[in-house]
Design a binder for this molecule. Structure first.
Ligand code: SF4
Length: 637
């Protein structure tokens, strides 16, 4: 089924076992001195065990001030080589091949991180920057070119199998390439020829340093998807130039810092959506082209390869979600892959907060040394009440440790609030996680009782050693006159209540906004009433971008800073901008948040068996934290 995916390939002199590539993703696991830590080695080694054809490291700094974070690796000094050598050895020992991506963040480095003013081709304050960068002098450019060459030499000495130059995503090389950020009038700017000059010099210097045979990849953004930014036609020219100067492959990405939603597209974007960009480059060069962009299953990868749009496929977040994806696909077990659902909460979401890259559906990603699952010293009887994602995760991890686990779910399905969360536009992939949890519960022999609202007596009758309450959350009903007639968003999304043609949604957090988009797409006239100054403020920016596009496309009316006064006889009365408004509606939807629902907690307090609460039953939080808490609870039982 995956013949093309698992056919051998070559990048220059490098032979690869298959066509699946892990692209660079910032793990933030390096030490501040740029040396890989034990945690970083475990992270990459775990991927290597899964059978990926090529793994590309996260962005390695070529200069100490050239990183967007201090927790990025570096190769600006020879003393850093041994640490990288150890990393390469770990990946090789695990059966993988490792490519060093070298980069300079340019204007995306910040004074807060590096202590110095960031630099750029031009001193422009573009929206993606935290501060105005300083324009590089020609002398400084010469030094940077030499820095790239020296870092490449060190990567070779460290034993890496290949080197990738990061010329995409609005980092320094990308900023030179883009007419939007490069306004220089010297030989490094002006025409495309001039804007390519910095990259031309780097390619020439790196090639001279590493010799003619060492595999060299170049990552480019085919399009920056922004006015005045890099276009596919320009990138094709740049790629042809790079090929002439010795690039052995073009890694075809998309977007820049201001269009980050293109770099890391969420679930609203179709899998493999940017493969045509790769095809455009492939039509112009003879070296292999690598496609990237929300490829989260081997079938999409196979389709891209068979269509001839690319020679390799990058699957970054898919490798976080399930490092064993290639091994499972090769063994005919693709249905057992834990799929990336495009939530962007654990990977980029955590990165943006300065924490390790991890994954909502795989809490161990980025925490390989910390979140180990070891057999329990004493197998116990564990009862989990509530089959939402937090309860199921607890049950799975407890069962992995050898405990005998029984799970009670009051409804006829596992998943809880997650079921509704997978229904709005662009969120169908969320259901894949429920499927995976169900598969794991079955495989691990967890006894699942559906349609079973367990009482304290029912629970204790099984004489459990540990009780886990994962009973979720209940809707918050704000003190608004007539609010009792409002229908919870979950009921609407799950099709239990059919709304009328005119709908008011009270509460414009992510749930309310997504429910509004869902209803508006179906042709209803929808109005969102939110008391805060923005809607979907609890959503990741990349998710929010596409959601806002949807709301606009389907002409959803949005009132922020709105205070709902009453809901009465088909009218919602609210105050906005100091004025009272009356909105005629057929249905009022409630999305004002949740509160913990753990009624059994009180009843079990003196039962003599340890009881813990997880997920929303303990404290209301998002899916990422609920699943993590479930995982952690399972480890600690
Ligand atoms: Fe994919 Fe979400 Fe995991 Fe990121 S956190 S890798 S988007 S499932």
């Amino acid at each position: 089924m995956y013949e093309t995916v698992f056919s051998p390939g070559r990048i220059g002199s490098l032979s690869l076992e298959n066509r699946l590539v892990v692209p660079a993703m910032t793990s933030l696991l390096s030490d501040p001195d740029g040396v890989p830590t034990e945690e970083m080695m475990a992270y990459y080694a775990r991927k290597a065990m899964g059978g990926w054809g090529l793994i590309i490291t996260e962005n390695i700094r070529v200069a100490p001030h050239g990183g967007a974070s201090v927790r990025l690796p570096g190769l600006w000094e020879d003393r850093q080589i041994p640490g990288h050598r150890a990393l390469v050895r770990r990946v090789h020992d695990a059966g993988g091949k490792l490519c060093a991506q070298i980069y300079h963040a340019g204007p995306q480095a910040s004074r807060a991180v590096s202590g110095v003013q960031p630099t750029a081709p031009s001193a422009l304050c573009l929206s993606g920057y935290s501060e105005v960068p300083r324009e590089l002098t020609e002398e400084e450019i010469r030094v940077l070119v030499a820095d790239f060459a020296s870092a490449a030499r060190r990567a070779v000495e460290a034993g890496y199998d290949a080197i990738e130059l990061h010329g995409a995503h609005g980092y320094l090389i990308g900023r030179f390439l883009s007419g939007r950020s490069n306004k220089r009038t010297d030989r490094y700017g002006g025409t495309l020829e001039g804007r390519n000059q910095f990259l031309r010099e780097i390619l020439t210097a790196v090639r001279a340093e590493i010799g003619p045979a060492f595999p060299l990849l170049l990552r480019l953004s085919a399009s920056e998807y922004i006015e005045g930014g890099i276009t596919p036609a320009e990138t094709a020219v740049t790629a042809m130039m790079a090929e002439k100067l010795g690039a052995d492959a073009i890694h075809c990405s998309a977007g820049t810092v201001e269009t980050n939603y293109r770099i890391i597209p969420p679930s609203a974007v179709a899998p493999g959506a940017y493969a045509d960009n790769a095809a455009g480059i492939k039509a112009c060069v003879d070296v292999p082209v690598i496609a990237v962009g929300r490829v989260n299953d081997p079938l999409t990868a196979e389709q891209i390869l068979r269509s001839g749009k690319a020679d390799f496929v990058s699957m970054g977040r898919a490798s976080l979600a399930d490092p064993d994806l290639p091994a499972k696909a090769r063994a005919g077990r693709a249905d057992q892959i834990n799929r990336c659902i495009g939530c962007v909460q654990g990977c980029i979401g955590e990165n943006k907060k300065g924490r390790h890259c991890t994954c909502l559906v795989n809490p161990t990603a980025g925490y390989e040394t910390e979140l180990t699952v070891t057999p329990a010293e004493q197998p116990l009887r564990v009862t989990v009440v509530g089959g939402g994602v937090a309860g199921a995760e607890t049950a799975i991890v407890a069962a992995m440790r050898g405990h005998r686990v029984e799970l009670f779910e009051a409804s006829d399905r596992l998943g809880g609030q997650w079921i509704a969360a997978s229904i709005p536009p662009g969120k169908a992939d969320f259901a894949a996680f429920l499927k995976w949890q169900a598969y794991m519960l079955e495989r691990l022999g967890v006894t699942v009782h559906l349609n079973c609202r367990a009482s304290a007596e029912d629970i204790l009758a099984g004489q459990p050693h540990r009780i886990v309450l994962a009973t979720g959350g209940a809707d918050v009903r704000p003190p608004i006159r007539g609010i009792d007639c409002a229908v919870p968003a979950e009921q609407i999304l799950r099709g239990r209540v059919r709304p009328g043609a005119r709908v008011a949604v009270i509460g414009g957090g992510l749930v309310g906004a997504e429910t509004a988009a869902y209803l508006a797409r179906e042709g209803r006239a929808v109005t969102v009433l939110e008391r805060l100054p923005e809607i979907a403020g609890d959503g990741e920016p990349n998710v929010r971008h596409y959601l806002m596009e949807d709301l606009e496309r389907y002409r959803t009316a949005v009132y922020t800073c709105a205070e709902v006064k009453s809901v009465d006889q088909g009218q919602v009365c609210f105050v906005h901008g100091g004025e009272e408004h009356r909105l005629e509606t057929d249905t009022v939807v409630l999305a004002a948040g949740l509160r913990p629902a753990s009624g059994l907690w009180e009843a079990l307090q003196d039962c003599g068996t340890p009881v813990v609460r997880v997920g929303n039953a303990a404290e209301v939080k998002n899916g990422f934290w609920n699943i993590r808490e479930g995982f952690q609870t399972g480890r600690e039982l």
